[in-house]
Design a protein around this ligand. Structure first.
Ligand code: NAP
Length: 270
């Protein structure tokens, strides 16, 4: 058997992770594989017991609905995952111990480093739409970069206020029908605009960098309207590929190959 890693979730067929990791493994000529494995919530504990004893298993990525549930089944949780309250990458150390991290949040901290430290964000603040797991990863990045003046737009304002408190952020929560005012950065961390979901109707004023975490479709109406106004944008593949790159290094012990991103993006959007 060759070394392997995998993504676990329920359901799992939709996951793009095997395509990304196997693309990088093939480019690097590494004889290992990355699978998708369907694990239901009631199977999680048994799954880890089996995998702990499997020396070929390097670890796994974790997707919906397990990102919070796995916290109690691991031996160590790193600081970022603890702050976000969710794990998306688990690495098996040689002694069999399982270490949980959150590369969504790590990737957002890294990708947004320049933007979050920019004068625009310092002056005009940062906003996030949504109050779920992805929003928590974004708020972790805001807190890491000591952003002040954070707006959360969500359907549940009490939940959004609790998030501002939890991350020690100075800011304001509002509903989804109110315009968002920011010229710093605006991140959509809700599923609104995703295939099969209602469109995001929240409007914004100002001239922020607009980052939509939704990647299906890649060109959301939020990004279309931002581009039509001449604003800088980042699409959902930035995070999808960014979090996978950090997970790849943890799981396989090597950096992803460079110079192949355009080919990977074409594969992911084919
Ligand atoms: P989640 O934990 O389920 O949270 C979803 C959030 O959106 C919650 O705050 C929820 O509101 C809100 N929401 C859901 N349906 C809504 C609706 N119909 N109207 C208004 N608000 C609604 O999901 P998540 O993990 O944060 O993911 C959110 C989205 O981010 C995903 O759908 C995906 O598009 C994107 N994402 C992308 C990447 C990437 O790699 N690019 C990674 C992670 C996530 P309540 O709090 O009131 O339930």
């Amino acid at each position: 058997m060759k070394p392997y890693a995998e993504v676990i979730g329920d359901p799992i067929a939709h996951s793009k992770s095997p395509l990304i990791h196997n693309f990088w493994l093939a480019k690097l000529g590494i004889d290992a594989e990355y699978r998708a494995t369907h694990v239901r919530p009631d199977e999680l504990a048994d799954y880890f017991t089996r995998r702990r004893g499997d020396a070929e298993w390097r670890g796994c990525n974790v997707t919906i609905p397990h990102k919070e549930m796995v916290l109690t089944l691991l031996d160590e949780i790193d600081e970022t995952a603890r702050s976000v309250g969710a794990v998306n990458t688990i690495v098996r150390r040689e002694d069999g111990n399982l270490i949980g991290s959150n590369t969504d949040a790590e990737s957002l901290v890294a990708e947004l480093s320049d933007e979050l430290n920019s004068i625009a964000v310092a002056e005009f603040g940062a906003a996030v739409i949504g109050a779920g797991g992805a929003a928590r990863a974004v708020l972790h990045a805001f807190a890491r970069h000591s952003v002040t003046g954070v707006t959360i737009a969500a359907r549940d304002i009490a939940k959004a206020n609790a998030l501002l408190d939890a991350f020690g952020l100075d800011g304001y929560s509002q509903g989804l029908t109110e315009d968002i005012e920011t010229s710093g950065i605006l991140v959509n961390a809700s599923p609104l605009g995703m295939v099969g979901m209602p469109e995001l109707t929240t409007e914004f004023t100002g001239r922020p960098l607009v980052f939509d975490l939704v990647y299906a479709p890649l060109e959301t109406s939020l990004l279309r309207s931002a581009r039509a106004r001449g604003l800088p944008t980042l699409d959902g593949l930035v995070l999808l590929i960014g979090q996978a790159a950090l997970a790849f290094a943890k799981l396989f012990g090597v950096e992803r190959p460079l110079g192949v991103e355009a080919e990977l993006r074409a594969l992911l959007t084919a």
